[in-house]
Design a binder for this molecule. Structure first.
Ligand SMILES: Cc1ncc(COP(=O)(O)O)c(C=O)c1O
Ligand SMILES: N[C@@H](CCOP(=O)(O)O)C(=O)O
Length: 471
C-alpha cells in the first residue's frame, strides 16, 4: 500500500515512512492511494469474532508487506489487553434503535486510547528495527495528550512533548497529562500554550514545515494528521455495525467532532464497503464543519470555550482529507483551498462538490443548554446511565437527524468518545450525580503537576524543546 499527500507535492510513501513522517513535507496529510475493500461475505464472517480479530483483518491491508501478520497480531493483543472491557468498544442501548458505543475503556478514558495503544507499539517495532530515535510533538484540546503520553511513556526510542491550550481543558484532562511521574516518565514533557487548540495545532504544523528543525529533532506526530492514528479507528465502526446486522442492515453513526479524524475513520469504513447510511457530524458551538457541510461555508470563527472542550476547534485538520476526495484527488486544488484558509480565513465549497456526499453526511450543532438537557434526558430515560458532554452532543445531533431513518429501520450509534468522569462538573450540573473516576485514577487530584507555560510563539516553543532534549 502506498500513501499520497493531499497536496500532491510530497513523495508517495509506504506505511512505515508515512507513520514516521506524521505530516507530509508539502504540508498535506497522507491518505492511501486507493481504498481496500471488505466484501459482504468478509463482513458477515466478522459476526461473533473478537474485537482483536476484526481489528487484524481491517488493518492488515493498510500495513501488509511492512508489518508481518505475527507482529500485527502481537501489537493488537498488547494494545487491547489493557482495556477494562472484554468487548473493547461495547455497545449500550439507550433507546429504540439508539445505541451508544463506549470508546472509553482504555487507560486514559477517551477514544484516543483505541488508536494510540496501537500506535505506541508500532513506533517501538519500527524504531527498534531501524535502530532509530524520534521526538514526538503533539497538540491537544484535552484527550489526545494523555492518551499519547500513556502510549509513549517509558519507550526508550521516543521523547514526547504535548502542547495544550492553557486553562482550556477540564481539570481531569490536564492532571492526567501533567502528573505523570516515576519510572518511564523521564521522556514526557508538557507545555501549556497561551492560546487555543488551533494555536497549538498551528505551532505543530509550523514545526513540521520547519525542515531543519524537523530533521534535527527527528520530529514525528501522534495527532490524527498522522494516518496511522486514524487507521485503528476504522475498526470500531465495523464491529458495531456487524453487531447490529451489517452487511445485511444499514447503520448510521453520530460522531462528536472536532478535528474530523474520528468521523473520517467512518468515511473510510464506508469506502471499504461497510453499509453506513449516515455519518452525522455533531458539533458544539464551534460549528465550522456543520456550516461547511450544510451550506458550503468553511469560514473560520473565534474558538468558543464550551463544556465539551475537546471539540473547541475551528481548524479541523482531517477535513482536508475529505476535501481531497471531493475535489477529485487534485492536490493543487486542495493546496489552493488551504492557502485561502490561511490568507482569507476561509473558503466556500461549491454545491456541486457537496452533492455527492449529501446523502452520506448530515450535521448538527448543539448548544450548551441543550447539551446539559441531553445528559439529563439520557440519565432519566435509562436507569441512570451517564454520558459526558461530548457524547451528549452526539446523542442530540442523532436525535435531530434520525427521525425519518429510524422509520426505515436504520439504527444509530453515537460514539461515546469520553468517560463521564472526565467532565464531572457538567455531568453533575445536569444530573446531580458526580461520576467517580476509575480505581487507577482515584488519587489524581492529589498528584503534583508539572508543566511549562509558553506564549504562542514558534521560536520559544522550538527553543524549549531543544533545551529539554539537551538535558
Ligand atoms: C472526547 C472527544 N470527543 C470528540 C473529539 C473530536 O474528535 P475528532 O477530533 O476526531 O473529530 C475529541 C477530540 O478529538 C475528544 O477528545
Ligand atoms: N480533541 C483532540 C484534538 C486533537 O485531535 P487529534 O485527534 O487530531 O489528535 C484532543 O482531545 O486533543
Amino acid at each position: 500500500m502506498k500513501y499520497i499527500s493531499t497536496r500532491g507535492q510530497a513523495p508517495a510513501l509506504g506505511f512505515e515512512e508515512t507513520m514516521l513522517a506524521g505530516l507530509a513535507t508539502d504540508g498535506g496529510l497522507y491518505v492511501p492511494e486507493s481504498w481496500p475493500t471488505l466484501s459482504a461475505e468478509t463482513i458477515r464472517g466478522f459476526r461473533g469474532q473478537r474485537y482483536q480479530d476484526v481489528a487484524f483483518a481491517v488493518m492488515r491491508p493498510f500495513v501488509a508487506g511492512e508489518i508481518s501478520d505475527e507482529d500485527l497480531r502481537g501489537i493488537i493483543e498488547g494494545a487491547y489487553g489493557r482495556f477494562r472491557h472484554r468487548a473493547v468498544c461495547p455497545l449500550v442501548q439507550v433507546g429504540p434503535d439508539e445505541h451508544v458505543m463506549e470508546l472509553f475503556h482504555g487507560p486514559t478514558l477517551a477514544f484516543k486510547d483505541v488508536a494510540m495503544q496501537v500506535l505506541g507499539r508500532m513506533y517501538d517495532l519500527v524504531l527498534e528495527r531501524r535502530d532509530d530515535r524520534i521526538t514526538i510533538v503533539g497538540a491537544t484540546s484535552g484527550d489526545t495528550g494523555s492518551a499519547a503520553i500513556e502510549a509513549i511513556r517509558g519507550r526508550s526510542r521516543a521523547s514526547i512533548f504535548i502542547m495544550h491550550p492553557h486553562g482550556r481543558t477540564s481539570d481531569v484532562q490536564r492532571k492526567q497529562m501533567t502528573t505523570v511521574r516515576g519510572p518511564g516518565a523521564e521522556n514526557v514533557h508538557n507545555v501549556a500554550i497561551e492560546g487555543t487548540f488551533d494555536d497549538c495545532q498551528n505551532l505543530l504544523k509550523a514545526m513540521f514545515n520547519d525542515a531543519p528543525f524537523r530533521e534535527e529533532i527527528r520530529l514525528s506526530g501522534v495527532n490524527s494528521i498522522n494516518w496511522a492514528r486514524v487507521m485503528p479507528q476504522v475498526v470500531y465502526y465495523v464491529t458495531s455495525a456487524v453487531s447490529l446486522g451489517a452487511p445485511d442492515r444499514e447503520v448510521a453513526f453520530s460522531v462528536p467532532t472536532g478535528n474530523f479524524g474520528d468521523i473520517f475513520a467512518g468515511y473510510i469504513a464506508k469506502q471499504m464497503g461497510l453499509p453506513i447510511r449516515r455519518l452525522i457530524v455533531a458539533s458544539n458551538s464551534n460549528d465550522i464543519l456543520t456550516r461547511a457541510l450544510t451550506r458550503g461555508d468553511h469560514t473560520l470563527g473565534e474558538v468558543v470555550p464550551t463544556m465539551s472542550p475537546s471539540m473547541d476547534i475551528q481548524i479541523s485538520s482531517n477535513f482536508e482529507r475529505l476535501l481531497f476526495d471531493l475535489y477529485g484527488r487534485d492536490g493543487a486544488v486542495v493546496s489552493d483551498l488551504m492557502a485561502k484558509l490561511k490568507s482569507d480565513g476561509g473558503f466556500g465549497i461549491e454545491s456541486a462538490r457537496l452533492d455527492p456526499i449529501r446523502d452520506l453526511f448530515a450535521a448538527g450543532r448543539v448548544d450548551e443548554a441543550t447539551t446539559l438537557e441531553t445528559i439529563k434526558a439520557v440519565h432519566d430515560e435509562t436507569d441512570g446511565y451517564l454520558i459526558d458532554p461530548h457524547t451528549a452532543v452526539g446523542v442530540r445531533a442523532a436525535r435531530e437527524v434520525m427521525a425519518g431513518l429510524h422509520a426505515e429501520g436504520v439504527p444509530v450509534v453515537t460514539l461515546a468518545t469520553a468517560h463521564p468522569a472526565k467532565f464531572p462538573d457538567a455531568v453533575s450540573q445536569a444530573t446531580g450525580v458526580k461520576p467517580p473516576l476509575p480505581e487507577h485514577l482515584q488519587d489524581l487530584y492529589e498528584r503534583e503537576e508539572k508543566y511549562a507555560v509558553l506564549g504562542n510563539d514558534l521560536t520559544a516553543v522550538e527553543g524549549h524543546i531543544r533545551a529539554e532534549l539537551a538535558r
